[in-house]
Design a protein around this ligand. Structure first.
Ligand SMILES: [Zn+2]
Length: 260
Protein backbone atom coordinates (compact mmCIF):
# COMPACT_ATOMS: atom_id res chain seq x y z
CA UNK A 1 0.00 0.00 0.00
CA UNK A 2 1.17 3.51 -0.74
CA UNK A 3 2.20 5.37 2.36
CA UNK A 4 0.19 8.32 1.11
CA UNK A 5 -3.20 6.74 1.86
CA UNK A 6 -3.38 7.35 5.59
CA UNK A 7 -6.31 8.98 7.36
CA UNK A 8 -6.01 10.22 10.93
CA UNK A 9 -9.17 11.16 12.79
CA UNK A 10 -8.41 13.21 15.90
CA UNK A 11 -11.48 13.73 18.06
CA UNK A 12 -11.98 14.67 21.70
CA UNK A 13 -13.50 11.49 23.15
CA UNK A 14 -13.75 7.77 22.45
CA UNK A 15 -16.85 7.30 20.22
CA UNK A 16 -16.82 10.79 18.58
CA UNK A 17 -15.09 9.41 15.46
CA UNK A 18 -17.54 6.54 15.09
CA UNK A 19 -20.54 8.86 15.49
CA UNK A 20 -19.28 11.65 13.23
CA UNK A 21 -17.34 9.91 10.46
CA UNK A 22 -17.48 6.13 10.99
CA UNK A 23 -19.21 5.53 7.65
CA UNK A 24 -16.59 7.53 5.77
CA UNK A 25 -13.86 5.51 7.49
CA UNK A 26 -15.53 2.26 6.44
CA UNK A 27 -15.61 3.49 2.85
CA UNK A 28 -11.95 4.62 2.96
CA UNK A 29 -10.94 1.23 4.41
CA UNK A 30 -12.66 -0.47 1.47
CA UNK A 31 -10.45 1.64 -0.83
CA UNK A 32 -7.37 0.36 1.02
CA UNK A 33 -6.72 3.37 3.23
CA UNK A 34 -4.90 2.93 6.53
CA UNK A 35 -7.16 4.11 9.35
CA UNK A 36 -5.99 5.77 12.56
CA UNK A 37 -8.49 6.94 15.16
CA UNK A 38 -7.13 9.14 17.95
CA UNK A 39 -8.75 10.86 20.87
CA UNK A 40 -7.39 13.70 22.98
CA UNK A 41 -9.23 12.55 26.10
CA UNK A 42 -9.54 9.08 27.56
CA UNK A 43 -13.27 9.14 28.33
CA UNK A 44 -12.78 9.11 32.09
CA UNK A 45 -16.02 11.02 32.82
CA UNK A 46 -18.11 8.57 30.81
CA UNK A 47 -19.64 6.63 33.68
CA UNK A 48 -21.90 7.19 36.66
CA UNK A 49 -20.75 3.94 38.28
CA UNK A 50 -17.03 3.45 37.62
CA UNK A 51 -14.15 5.64 38.76
CA UNK A 52 -11.98 7.61 36.34
CA UNK A 53 -9.22 5.04 35.85
CA UNK A 54 -11.63 2.15 35.63
CA UNK A 55 -13.90 3.67 32.96
CA UNK A 56 -10.88 4.99 31.01
CA UNK A 57 -9.55 1.41 30.73
CA UNK A 58 -12.93 0.10 29.59
CA UNK A 59 -13.24 2.83 27.01
CA UNK A 60 -9.72 2.29 25.68
CA UNK A 61 -10.60 -1.32 24.92
CA UNK A 62 -13.91 -0.31 23.33
CA UNK A 63 -12.16 2.26 21.12
CA UNK A 64 -9.55 -0.30 20.06
CA UNK A 65 -12.28 -2.75 19.15
CA UNK A 66 -14.16 -0.12 17.11
CA UNK A 67 -11.00 0.88 15.21
CA UNK A 68 -10.20 -2.77 14.54
CA UNK A 69 -13.55 -3.11 12.71
CA UNK A 70 -11.98 -1.08 9.88
CA UNK A 71 -8.51 -2.57 10.34
CA UNK A 72 -7.54 0.62 12.15
CA UNK A 73 -5.36 1.58 15.08
CA UNK A 74 -6.53 3.56 18.11
CA UNK A 75 -4.34 6.17 19.79
CA UNK A 76 -5.06 8.28 22.88
CA UNK A 77 -3.26 11.44 23.97
CA UNK A 78 -4.23 10.54 27.54
CA UNK A 79 -5.90 13.78 28.60
CA UNK A 80 -8.87 13.82 30.96
CA UNK A 81 -12.44 14.54 29.92
CA UNK A 82 -13.48 18.21 30.32
CA UNK A 83 -9.80 19.18 30.68
CA UNK A 84 -8.61 19.10 27.06
CA UNK A 85 -6.52 22.24 26.58
CA UNK A 86 -4.64 23.84 23.74
CA UNK A 87 -1.34 24.08 25.61
CA UNK A 88 2.31 23.86 24.52
CA UNK A 89 2.62 20.42 26.13
CA UNK A 90 -0.46 19.06 24.38
CA UNK A 91 0.51 20.63 21.05
CA UNK A 92 3.82 18.71 21.30
CA UNK A 93 2.00 15.46 22.13
CA UNK A 94 -0.27 15.96 19.12
CA UNK A 95 2.60 16.81 16.77
CA UNK A 96 4.42 13.65 17.93
CA UNK A 97 1.32 11.58 17.14
CA UNK A 98 1.11 13.14 13.68
CA UNK A 99 4.81 12.42 13.11
CA UNK A 100 4.23 8.73 13.87
CA UNK A 101 1.09 8.40 11.75
CA UNK A 102 2.18 10.71 8.87
CA UNK A 103 -1.39 11.37 7.66
CA UNK A 104 -2.47 12.41 4.17
CA UNK A 105 -5.96 13.25 5.39
CA UNK A 106 -7.05 14.52 8.80
CA UNK A 107 -10.58 14.75 10.17
CA UNK A 108 -11.35 16.61 13.38
CA UNK A 109 -14.05 18.63 15.13
CA UNK A 110 -15.20 22.01 13.78
CA UNK A 111 -14.05 25.30 15.31
CA UNK A 112 -17.33 25.73 17.16
CA UNK A 113 -19.04 22.84 18.89
CA UNK A 114 -21.24 22.15 21.89
CA UNK A 115 -18.36 21.28 24.20
CA UNK A 116 -14.97 22.88 24.78
CA UNK A 117 -13.08 19.57 24.66
CA UNK A 118 -14.16 19.42 21.01
CA UNK A 119 -13.08 23.00 20.29
CA UNK A 120 -9.71 22.54 21.98
CA UNK A 121 -9.14 19.28 20.07
CA UNK A 122 -9.90 21.19 16.87
CA UNK A 123 -7.10 23.62 17.74
CA UNK A 124 -4.67 20.80 18.52
CA UNK A 125 -5.46 19.08 15.20
CA UNK A 126 -5.07 22.33 13.27
CA UNK A 127 -1.76 23.11 14.95
CA UNK A 128 -0.33 19.63 14.40
CA UNK A 129 -1.55 19.27 10.83
CA UNK A 130 0.18 22.52 9.91
CA UNK A 131 3.35 21.89 11.89
CA UNK A 132 4.16 18.20 12.03
CA UNK A 133 6.18 18.20 8.80
CA UNK A 134 8.35 21.12 9.94
CA UNK A 135 11.71 19.48 10.78
CA UNK A 136 12.28 21.24 14.11
CA UNK A 137 8.71 20.78 15.37
CA UNK A 138 9.42 17.37 16.93
CA UNK A 139 12.34 15.14 17.83
CA UNK A 140 10.66 12.10 16.26
CA UNK A 141 11.76 10.91 12.81
CA UNK A 142 10.18 12.75 9.90
CA UNK A 143 8.89 10.64 7.01
CA UNK A 144 10.14 11.79 3.63
CA UNK A 145 6.56 12.02 2.34
CA UNK A 146 5.38 14.20 5.27
CA UNK A 147 3.52 17.32 4.17
CA UNK A 148 0.52 19.42 5.16
CA UNK A 149 -2.43 17.01 4.89
CA UNK A 150 -5.97 17.49 3.67
CA UNK A 151 -8.04 18.72 6.61
CA UNK A 152 -11.78 18.28 7.09
CA UNK A 153 -14.12 19.16 9.92
CA UNK A 154 -16.91 16.79 10.85
CA UNK A 155 -20.28 18.07 12.01
CA UNK A 156 -20.72 19.73 15.37
CA UNK A 157 -23.21 17.98 17.66
CA UNK A 158 -26.61 17.98 15.93
CA UNK A 159 -25.04 19.79 12.97
CA UNK A 160 -25.55 23.30 14.30
CA UNK A 161 -23.24 26.09 15.33
CA UNK A 162 -23.78 26.61 19.08
CA UNK A 163 -23.35 30.38 18.84
CA UNK A 164 -25.74 31.06 15.97
CA UNK A 165 -28.03 28.04 16.14
CA UNK A 166 -27.66 27.74 12.34
CA UNK A 167 -27.01 24.42 10.61
CA UNK A 168 -23.44 24.18 9.32
CA UNK A 169 -23.28 24.27 5.52
CA UNK A 170 -21.11 21.32 4.43
CA UNK A 171 -18.62 21.48 1.58
CA UNK A 172 -18.76 17.70 1.21
CA UNK A 173 -21.41 15.07 1.86
CA UNK A 174 -20.49 11.40 1.84
CA UNK A 175 -23.21 8.86 1.11
CA UNK A 176 -22.87 6.13 3.74
CA UNK A 177 -26.17 4.31 3.11
CA UNK A 178 -24.47 1.07 2.04
CA UNK A 179 -22.15 1.01 5.02
CA UNK A 180 -24.61 2.04 7.73
CA UNK A 181 -24.65 -1.49 9.24
CA UNK A 182 -20.85 -1.42 9.50
CA UNK A 183 -20.88 2.08 11.02
CA UNK A 184 -23.51 0.96 13.53
CA UNK A 185 -21.33 -2.03 14.46
CA UNK A 186 -18.37 0.27 15.08
CA UNK A 187 -20.42 2.52 17.33
CA UNK A 188 -21.90 -0.47 19.17
CA UNK A 189 -18.37 -1.37 20.32
CA UNK A 190 -18.73 1.50 22.79
CA UNK A 191 -20.94 -0.69 24.97
CA UNK A 192 -20.37 1.29 28.18
CA UNK A 193 -21.88 4.41 26.63
CA UNK A 194 -24.64 2.59 24.81
CA UNK A 195 -25.82 0.77 27.93
CA UNK A 196 -25.78 3.91 30.03
CA UNK A 197 -28.05 5.71 27.56
CA UNK A 198 -30.25 2.66 27.12
CA UNK A 199 -30.88 2.53 30.88
CA UNK A 200 -31.38 6.27 31.05
CA UNK A 201 -33.72 6.61 28.05
CA UNK A 202 -35.32 3.17 28.07
CA UNK A 203 -34.41 2.80 24.38
CA UNK A 204 -31.32 2.50 22.23
CA UNK A 205 -30.83 6.25 21.99
CA UNK A 206 -27.06 5.98 21.44
CA UNK A 207 -27.49 4.24 18.09
CA UNK A 208 -30.77 5.92 17.16
CA UNK A 209 -29.46 9.47 17.62
CA UNK A 210 -26.51 8.71 15.31
CA UNK A 211 -28.82 7.22 12.69
CA UNK A 212 -31.23 10.18 12.88
CA UNK A 213 -28.40 12.63 12.29
CA UNK A 214 -27.07 10.70 9.28
CA UNK A 215 -30.60 10.46 7.87
CA UNK A 216 -30.99 14.24 8.25
CA UNK A 217 -27.70 14.83 6.39
CA UNK A 218 -28.74 12.22 3.80
CA UNK A 219 -31.75 14.33 2.84
CA UNK A 220 -29.42 17.00 1.50
CA UNK A 221 -27.91 14.64 -1.07
CA UNK A 222 -30.89 12.36 -1.71
CA UNK A 223 -29.43 9.39 0.09
CA UNK A 224 -30.71 7.44 3.08
CA UNK A 225 -27.70 8.29 5.24
CA UNK A 226 -24.79 10.69 4.84
CA UNK A 227 -21.96 12.28 6.80
CA UNK A 228 -21.20 15.97 6.38
CA UNK A 229 -17.83 17.71 6.30
CA UNK A 230 -16.38 21.16 5.84
CA UNK A 231 -12.99 21.26 4.16
CA UNK A 232 -10.34 23.56 5.61
CA UNK A 233 -9.06 25.91 2.93
CA UNK A 234 -6.32 27.77 4.80
CA UNK A 235 -2.99 28.64 3.25
CA UNK A 236 -0.70 25.62 2.62
CA UNK A 237 -3.50 23.04 2.86
CA UNK A 238 -4.50 21.07 -0.26
CA UNK A 239 -7.52 22.82 -1.79
CA UNK A 240 -9.14 20.15 -3.93
CA UNK A 241 -11.96 18.08 -2.41
CA UNK A 242 -10.18 14.76 -1.89
CA UNK A 243 -13.01 13.13 0.08
CA UNK A 244 -15.63 14.13 -2.48
CA UNK A 245 -13.40 12.90 -5.30
CA UNK A 246 -12.60 9.55 -3.64
CA UNK A 247 -16.05 8.76 -2.34
CA UNK A 248 -18.07 10.34 -5.08
CA UNK A 249 -20.29 12.90 -3.44
CA UNK A 250 -20.33 16.63 -3.33
CA UNK A 251 -23.26 18.49 -1.89
CA UNK A 252 -25.32 20.89 -3.96
CA UNK A 253 -24.20 19.65 -7.36
CA UNK A 254 -25.30 16.15 -6.44
CA UNK A 255 -28.67 17.30 -5.17
CA UNK A 256 -29.36 19.27 -8.35
CA UNK A 257 -28.18 16.43 -10.57
CA UNK A 258 -30.32 13.86 -8.78
CA UNK A 259 -33.36 16.11 -8.89
CA UNK A 260 -33.08 16.79 -12.63
ZN1 LIG B 1 -17.06 14.21 22.36
Amino acid sequence: MSDTNVVLVLMAHPDDAEILCGGTLVRLAVLGWQIHIATAANGDCGSVELGRDEIAKVRHLEAMEAAAKVGGIYHCLGLSDVQVAYSPENICKTIDLFRQVNPTLVITHPRYDYMLDHEQTHLLARAASFAFAIPNASLLPLAQSATVPYLYYADPLEGHDPYTGQMVEPTTLIDISDVMPAKTEMLACHASQREWLRKHHGMDEYILAMQRHCAMRGQVCNSDFAEAFVQHHGHAYPQDDLLGRLLGTSNLTTRETVND
